[in-house]
Design a protein around this ligand. Structure first.
Ligand code: SAJ
Length: 433
C-alpha cells in the first residue's frame, strides 16, 4: 500500500457491474486497474469512453481516466485489493457455470502477495468463494490462505455481492447496504474497511456462504413475487377482470404489496439466480421452480393473446411498444418484450411495426423481416392496435385523447384510463387462449 494509505485496486471484468464499480472506486481516490479479456473494451476505456450504457457513467469514466485514476488492460498487475466481477451464466440444464470466476482467480493468483484482499462480487452458487480460495491455494502454496491455515493467513478472501439496479447503478453502488461475507471474520473485516471507502450504505459482515445465499435469495424473492402478479394477470384475463384495478385495490391493505404483472421477467439476474438455488436443493424448491415457470409462461400467454387479437383484426396495423427488458433502459438482453415482438413479427411480418426509442436499430432477428422501426408519434398516427410491452416513460405519457380509438393490449398497465377492449373482443380473446 502507498503512503497516502489508499490501496491500489484491480477490478477483474469491466462489464455492467465491473466498470461502474471500478469508476466509483477510482472516484474515491484509489488507483484502479481494470482487467478485461476484450482488447476492444480495454481500448475504449483507456480513451475515456464506455462500451455500455448507464446513467452518468460516461462522464465519471472520462473524469477518472483523465485524472489517471482508472486505466484498463488485458494484463494483470499487482494490487492491494482484487475485485472480481465476471459473469456467472447457467447452462442448458440450469446448472451454474462458475468457470469465469475460477479463470479470474487463476489470472490474479500469480501476482498475489501477503496483505492482499480478494473479493468476489459475481452472483455465485453457495460455496464458490471457497472454491476460488482452493484454487488460489493450489496455485500459490507459498501463501497461507484463510480457512486452510491455523496461523494468520497471508491474504483475505471475501464475497460481497452487488445489488445495483440497471439504470440507477452509480447511485445504488454508493447508497445501497452491502453484505460482506468473509471466509473468516478477519477476511470480512478487511473487505469491510475497503468498502467503507466508497459505500455510504450500511455494510454488514457475515460469512461467505451466507452472503452468497443472500444474493440469490434477494432475486428469487423478487421472482416469486412477480410470478404471483403474473399468475393473477392470467387469472384476470380468464375471468375478464382488470388485474391492475384488482391489484390497486388489494394494495390498499396495509400488509399487501403485490408487484406489477408484465410480459415476463427479463434481464440477467432475476430470471437466472433462482436456478442457482434450485440446482443446489432441487427437492426443496418447488415454489422457486414454479415461479420461474410462471414467469416464463407469461411470455407465451402474451404471445397467444396478441396473436388472437391480430387474427380477429386481419386488416389492422400493429405497433409493439418497447423491446427493452424493462423501462427506460437500452438493455435488450433476455428481454421478454423482444421475444414477444419477434414471435409476432415472425408470424405477421410487415403488419407489425416496432417502437423502441432506446434502440438505434432493431436487433438482428428483426433484420429482413419487413418490420419497420417507427417512433411513437408514427405509431399513434398509423397503427390501429398497440401492444404495450415495456413501460418506458415516453409511452406512459401519451394522453388518452391520442390513443382512445386504438385497440390496446397493455401488458404493463401503463394506461389505466384506456377504455377496456370491448366486451366482445375480450370474449373472443378468452376463447382463443
Ligand atoms: N418486473 C416485473 N414486475 C415488477 C418488477 C419487475 O415484471 O413488478 C420485471 C422487469 O420488467 C424486468 C425484470 O422483472 O423484466 C427484472 O427487473 P427488476 O427491475 O426487478 O430487476 P433487475 O433485473 O434490473 O435487477 C435485479 C435487482 N434485484 C432486486 O431487486 C432484488 C437488483 O437490485 C440486482 O442488483 C440485480 O437484479 C442483480 O444484478 O442481481
Amino acid at each position: 500500500m502507498k503512503s497516502d494509505n489508499k490501496p491500489d485496486v484491480c477490478v477483474v471484468g469491466l462489464g455492467y457491474i465491473g466498470l461502474p464499480t471500478a469508476a466509483v472506486i477510482a472516484r474515491a481516490g484509489c488507483k484502479v486497474l481494470g482487467l478485461d479479456v476484450s482488447q476492444r473494451v480495454v481500448d475504449t476505456i483507456n480513451r475515456g469512453e464506455i462500451h455500455i450504457e448507464e446513467v452518468d457513467l460516461d462522464g465519471l469514466v472520462q473524469g477518472v481516466v483523465s485524472r489517471g485514476l482508472l486505466s484498463a488492460s488485458i494484463e494483470v498487475a499487482p494490487a492491494d485489493i482484487f475485485v472480481i466481477a465476471v459473469p456467472t451464466p447457467f447452462d442448458e440444464n440450469h446448472a451454474p457455470d462458475i468457470s469465469y470466476v475460477l479463470s479470474a482467480a487463476r489470472t490474479i493468483a500469480p501476482v498475489l502477495k501477503a496483505g492482499d484482499v480478494v473479493i468476489l462480487e459475481s452472483t455465485s452458487p453457495v460455496g464458490t468463494t471457497e472454491q476460488m480460495r482452493d484454487m488460489i491455494a493450489e496455485m500459490r502454496p507459498d501463501l497461507k490462505v484463510p480457512g486452510l491455515t491455523r496461523e494468520i493467513p497471508d491474504i483475505s478472501i471475501a464475497y460481497c455481492p452487488e445489488r445495483v439496479l440497471p439504470g440507477r447503478i452509480l447511485e445504488e453502488l454508493t447508497n445501497n447496504d452491502r453484505s460482506i461475507g468473509g471466509i473468516t471474520p478477519r477476511c470480512a473485516r478487511k473487505a469491510l474497511s475497503f468498502y467503507k471507502r466508497f459505500v455510504r450504505g450500511e455494510c454488514v459482515t457475515t460469512d461467505a456462504r451466507s452472503a452468497e445465499m443472500t444474493k440469490l435469495v434477494e432475486n428469487a424473492y423478487r421472482d416469486v413475487n412477480i410470478a404471483f402478479a403474473n399468475e393473477l394477470s392470467m387469472v384476470a384475463d380468464r375471468m375478464g377482470l382488470d388485474v391492475w384495478e384488482v391489484i390497486r385495490l388489494a394494495n390498499r391493505h396495509p400488509r399487501v404489496n403485490i408487484l406489477s404483472p408484465g410480459p415476463g421477467v427479463g434481464g440477467h439476474c432475476i430470471a437466472v439466480d433462482p436456478w442457482f438455488i434450485v440446482h443446489s436443493a432441487p427437492e426443496e424448491t418447488p415454489l422457486i421452480r414454479t415461479a420461474r415457470g410462471v414467469n416464463d409462461g407469461k411470455m407465451h400467454h402474451v404471445i397467444a393473446r396478441a396473436e388472437a387479437l391480430l387474427e380477429t383484426h386481419p386488416e389492422a396495423r400493429v405497433a409493439c411498444l418497447g423491446l427493452a427488458f424493462k423501462a427506460n433502459i437500452d438493455d435488450f438482453r433476455e428481454s421478454p418484450a423482444r421475444f414477444v415482438a419477434s414471435r409476432l413479427v415472425r408470424r405477421f411480418g410487415s403488419r407489425i411495426s416496432v417502437v423502441e426509442p432506446y434502440a438505434a436499430e432493431l436487433p438482428l432477428e428483426f433484420k429482413d423481416t419487413g418490420v419497420a422501426q417507427i417512433d411513437i408519434d408514427d405509431a399513434l398516427e398509423i397503427c390501429d392496435i398497440l401492444i404495450v410491452l415495456v413501460d418506458h416513460d415516453v409511452f406512459r405519457v401519451v394522453p388518452l385523447a391520442e390513443r382512445a380509438d386504438k385497440l390496446v393490449y397493455d401488458t404493463r398497465g401503463i394506461w389505466p384510463d384506456q377504455p377496456r377492449v370491448v366486451r366482445e373482443e375480450e370474449a373472443k380473446l378468452r376463447l382463443a387462449v
